[in-house]
Write a protein that binds this ligand. Structure first.
Ligand SMILES: NC(=O)NCCC(=O)O
Ligand SMILES: [Zn+2]
Ligand SMILES: [Zn+2]
Length: 469
């Protein structure tokens, strides 16, 4: 059945206007006024903003980490994402050295199929580069539509790759049209600082932050950016947390290097002091990179406003406090890194960004959806409201006030990192490819309805890459 969203205010990365949207099947068929409403289900969006669905470029669903597995899988994680206004996620497919890449991708297909309620794609981790990996990459781009590769510069002896791996991944990405993503922290220096802290008997959660100072993030970001310039390739720095990293991204972009940066809600609104909460509660706030001194928040907001950072990912990586974060009692290195954010990314950016005048409403759409779709080969199918695009739509009440809490969130985790935070603005109804997933705040979707997305190669969008900058 056709659907007609009437009386709403459509907001894209470039426009804000009142018009109706006609949906036929999975696609937006027309935008305008006085559209033919015969045979259409009419949805009244009076007083609401009508946004393109959020695209979350950074999730870890059903991911093994530190001897445990994230508490949200592709079902609970995508249901929570949809409640929060996100209609596409791109998850990280982990690989192991010596294992064919295609086996890891198969594992991720098994984790996600029959579970996701919204559309999803995969990035692929590269842990080593050798002849067999190099032979597999073009096939994976072609057959799987995986057009972004992630290299970890940290987590020594676990995920960390060396500089040769990063450089050769950059060269390969350049050749075949892919974007390289980096977790930029100097893992060797962190390893040294961690061992020193443990030897000195410093085992509390705060030492997670103190052994990963901002300089190690700045150094790795600068190194990755320089190698990108040398390879004449393209780089996306995930979860930027501090001024030192922003400076390196800005410097590289000024030189004309193709480098982009993502930050995450936790770095915009939380700070290092949270790691000092009593009764081991600081463990709830253990991320890598760590939360920083508060003044960094202004640097990050300004970087989003001024375009030195371009996107917001959630870095969704949830572990229960009970039984999972608690693995690190008496040894901060055993606290699984990460937190539950997938549901709150969209609302926090709107409330703290748009409502507080830090970014414009068009920038909001760009940061949470459009730019991500462009960088990761999904635009214009995803990331905008346009005729021919997928009808991934969020009907959003911009004035609804609410308090974030684990009592009411939909993530499968026993705490909220933003417990008690007041936000203004809430997704009321969410459509994925023309079907309601959330209707009047109730989940009405179905596990397995989400489709796997084969993505376009980097730079193959109709617009040249420069226009993505
Ligand atoms: N960020 C974090 O602490 N956990 C998730 C894994 C990663 O992105 O490094
Ligand atoms: Zn990371
Ligand atoms: Zn991550």
């Amino acid at each position: 059945m056709k659907k007609l969203i009437k009386n709403g205010t459509i907001v894209t990365a470039s426009d804000l206007y009142e018009a109706d949207i006609l949906i036929e099947g999975e696609k937006i068929a027309a935008i305008g006024r006085n559209l033919d409403e015969s045979a259409a289900q009419v949805i009244d969006a009076k007083g609401a903003y009508v946004f393109p669905g959020g695209v979350d470029p950074h999730t870890h669903l059903d991911m093994p980490f530190g001897g445990t597995v994230t508490s949200d899988d592709f079902e609970t994680g995508t249901i929570a994402a949809a409640h929060g206004g996100t209609t596409t996620v791109i998850d990280f497919c982990l690989t192991s050295k010596g294992e064919p890449l295609k086996n890891s991708i198969q594992t991720w297909h098994e984790k996600s199929k029959e579970k996701a309620v919204i559309d999803y794609g995969f990035h692929l981790m590269i842990s080593e580069v050798n002849d067999s990996v190099l032979a597999e990459i073009p096939k994976i781009i072609e057959e799987e539509g995986i057009t972004s590769f992630k290299v970890f510069m940290a987590y020594k002896n676990v995920f960390q790759a060396d500089d040769e791996t990063l450089f050769r991944t950059l060269l390969t990405a350049k050749e075949h049209g892919a974007l390289v993503m980096v977790h930029a922290e100097n893992g060797d220096v962190i390893d040294f600082l961690v061992n020193k802290a443990l030897k000195e008997g410093n085992t509390d959660p705060i030492y997670h932050a103190l052994t990963r100072p901002p300089e190690v993030e700045g150094e790795a970001t600068g190194r990755a950016a320089q190698l990108t310039g040398l390879a004449d390739s393209q780089l996306y720095v995930v979860h930027v947390s501090c001024a030192e990293a922003v400076e390196k991204i800005e410097e590289a972009r000024k030189k004309g290097y193709q480098v982009w940066g993502e930050t995450c809600p936790q770095y915009l609104v939380l700070d290092q002091s949270y790691l000092e909460k009593p009764n081991f509660e600081g463990a709830k706030y253990v991320w890598s990179p760590p939360l920083r001194e508060k003044w960094n928040q202004d640097v990050l907001w300004n970087a989003l406003k001024n375009g030195q950072l371009q996107t917001l990912g959630s870095d969704q990586c949830s572990f229960n406090f009970k039984g999972q974060k608690e693995l690190g009692l008496g040894d901060f290195t055993k606290i699984p890194n990460g937190g539950p954010i997938i549901e709150d990314r969209f609302s926090i950016l709107f409330s703290e960004g748009v409502k507080k005048g830090r970014i414009s409403i068009n920038q909001f759409v760009d940061i949470v959806s459009t730019r991500i779709a462009k960088l990761f080969g999904l635009f214009p199918r995803k990331g905008t409201i346009a005729v021919g695009s997928d009808a991934d739509i969020v009907i959003f009440d911009p004035n609804k006030e609410r308090t974030i809490s684990a009592e009411t969130h939909h993530m499968n985790v026993d705490y909220s990192a933003f417990e008690g935070m007041k936000v203004t603005g809430e997704p009321i109804s969410v459509l994925s490819r023309g079907e309601f997933v959330i209707r009047e705040k109730e989940f009405v979707g179905k596990p397995g309805k989400g489709q796997y997305l084969k993505r376009d190669r980097f730079g193959s969008a109709k617009k040249p890459a420069e226009q993505v900058r």
